[in-house]
Every structure is written in structure tokens, then in C-alpha cells.
Design a protein around this ligand. Structure first.
Ligand code: PXL
Length: 283
């Protein structure tokens, strides 16, 4: 019997919006992996295109939570960070990586530098956050930026019009900011297809799926949670990215068919059993 894997998921919890922990916990669990959440903040909703949201910072809890786990001998197979509410929290994630690296267990570190989209930083972040997040990325085995975040980290000017050569050079540059793998999300060279660029181990692949018009909130977190879970179970980063893209695409298609308000997230729940099957096949 394989011992259950464990992922420490360091993200906020937004009650409505199906992003960050409300995506990570069900997805990681569906794979048959134990999710240990480290909530960085509690919000009523995510901050994208919604006003009036509540925000309770949980910075003071982050390190004590992880130190307690460490004192119990509980060490994650993977540390997976996402939306962080302040620069101090980015420093705390670095400390968490250090804390568990002293455990003797090899820990995979995945950083989704969730800080920006469509050329601009999310509400509440200032320019100095980029430098902080960039230095955290350097501690990661895998980084999962969208194109805006990729440009910010690599120091490249953001552009909505780009070609494969641009994404290739972005991926090349990002290898200076990740120990092993770079997965750039939201890559689209025409209005029919969207996907990701996966780079590492001297290999580069592009994977695409059908593109639907509109903005689908939370899909970066859904993609990243599937990707990180699948890698934790032992699949390659390339295979895992394909799985993540297909799962995210199904949820987007269903949401598009249902015509719901996309600010409140995509309909991924009914597809979770597919991840259980993938998880079982992987083990
Ligand atoms: O999905 C990224 C994300 C996570 N958490 C919060 C956000 C966002 C994006 O806007 O606002 C609180």
C-alpha cells in the first residue's frame, strides 16, 4: 500500500469565486493526496472585477501553523504556494521552504506567482511585490506564471500581441528564476486555441485546447492545482500539464454552456471524479 502523499497549499481562502484554496483543496483531495492548507487570508470573494470584498490577513498564523506540523514530524511532499496577501507572506513562504528542507525529506516546491493578469498587478499589490515574488520563484522547482507574471518576472515588456518566438524567449529567461520547470499559462497564438508552454529537462512542449471567449476567473488556480497534484504523484511535468489543461478546458466549456457569471468561477466540481481515476492510475 502506497503511503498517502501530502501537499502543503499556501493560498488565501476566498469564500466565493472558486479560486485559491477552494480550488486547491478539492482538486488535491480528488487525486487521493492529503491537502494541508495554510490559509494566508480570508476573503469573501477574490479581488478580480468584484468590489466590496472583505479581507482578513492571516500573516501571524502562517509560520506557527507550519512549525507545529514540523514539531509533529509532518512534512509535505510538495509545498505549493499561490496568492499571497503581502510581501511579508512571501518571506514567510521562503521560511517554510527552509523549515521543511531541514527535515531530510525531499520536498518539491511549486510557486504560482499569482499577482497579475492582463498586463496589470492584482488590486492591493504594488510594484515592489514583483521583486519579492521573483526571489521566491528562485527557490522553486516549478513556477507557473501566466504571460503577465512571466513578463514581470523576466523583466520583459508585456504585450498582448506575441508569437512563439516571444514565448520561447520568455521561457528561456524564466529558467533563470526556477530550479527545474517553467510552465507559462494562457498562451494563445490565435482566437481558436489557448494553452501552455512547458519547459524543463532540456525539453519544451506547447499544449493547446479550444479557446472560449471571455475571462474565466480561478482557472489559473485550477490548472496549477491539477498540475502540482499530478507531479506529486510521480507523473512528468509534461504529462501533468496536459492533464491540467484538459481538466481546466472541460470546466470552462461547461461554464460557457451554462452561461453563468464567470466572475464566480468555473464549473469544475462534476469533473473531480476524473482526477480520482487519474490519481489511481498514476499510483
Ligand atoms: O486566482 C488568483 C487569485 C487568488 N486569490 C485572490 C485573488 C485572485 C485573483 O484575482 O484575488 C484573493
Amino acid at each position: 500500500m502506497a503511503v498517502i502523499k501530502r501537499i502543503a497549499a499556501i493560498h488565501d481562502i476566498s469564500g466565493v469565486g472558486k479560486c485559491s484554496l477552494t480550488a486547491a483543496i478539492p482538486i488535491i483531495s480528488a487525486f487521493g493526496i492529503e491537502c494541508n492548507p495554510v490559509p494566508t487570508a480570508v476573503l469573501s470573494t477574490h479581488t478580480g472585477d468584484i468590489s466590496g470584498y472583505t479581507f482578513r490577513d492571516l500573516s501571524d498564523e502562517i509560520l506557527p501553523i507550519c512549525r507545529h506540523w514540523r514539531s509533529l514530524g509532518i512534512c509535505p511532499d510538495t509545498i505549493y504556494s499561490g496568492y499571497l496577501g503581502s510581501e511579508k507572506q512571501v518571506d514567510d513562504v521562503r521560511k517554510i521552504i527552509e523549515l521543511f528542507s531541514g527535515s531530510g525529506k525531499e520536498t518539491f516546491v511549486a510557486v504560482d506567482p499569482a499577482m497579475a493578469d492582463s498586463g496589470i498587478l492584482y488590486k492591493g499589490f504594488s510594484g515592489s511585490f514583483i521583486g519579492k515574488m521573483t526571489s521566491l520563484c528562485k527557490q522553486a522547482d516549478l513556477i507557473i506564471p501566466n504571460i503577465t507574471e512571466a513578463c514581470m518576472i523576466a523583466g520583459a515588456p508585456y504585450t498582448e500581441e506575441y508569437d512563439r518566438e516571444f514565448i520561447d524567449s520568455l521561457a528561456d529567461g524564466l529558467h533563470g528564476f526556477s530550479k527545474k520547470y517553467v510552465v507559462i499559462t494562457g498562451v494563445s497564438f490565435d482566437d481558436k486555441k489557448i494553452g501552455c508552454c512547458v519547459s524543463g529537462e532540456g525539453r519544451r512542449e506547447y499544449y493547446f485546447t479550444e479557446r472560449y471567449p471571455g475571462t474565466y476567473y480561478g482557472t489559473g488556480d485550477i490548472f496549477a492545482s491539477v498540475l502540482v497534484s499530478s507531479i506529486t504523484l510521480g507523473s512528468s511535468c509534461f504529462e501533468s500539464a496536459r492533464t491540467a489543461l484538459d481538466f481546466t478546458a472541460r470546466a470552462i466549456k461547461k461554464t460557457c454552456d451554462e452561461g453563468t457569471d464567470t466572475r464566480f468561477g468555473v464549473a469544475f466540481e462534476k469533473f473531480l471524479p476524473l482526477l480520482a481515476v487519474t490519481g489511481e492510475e498514476t499510483e
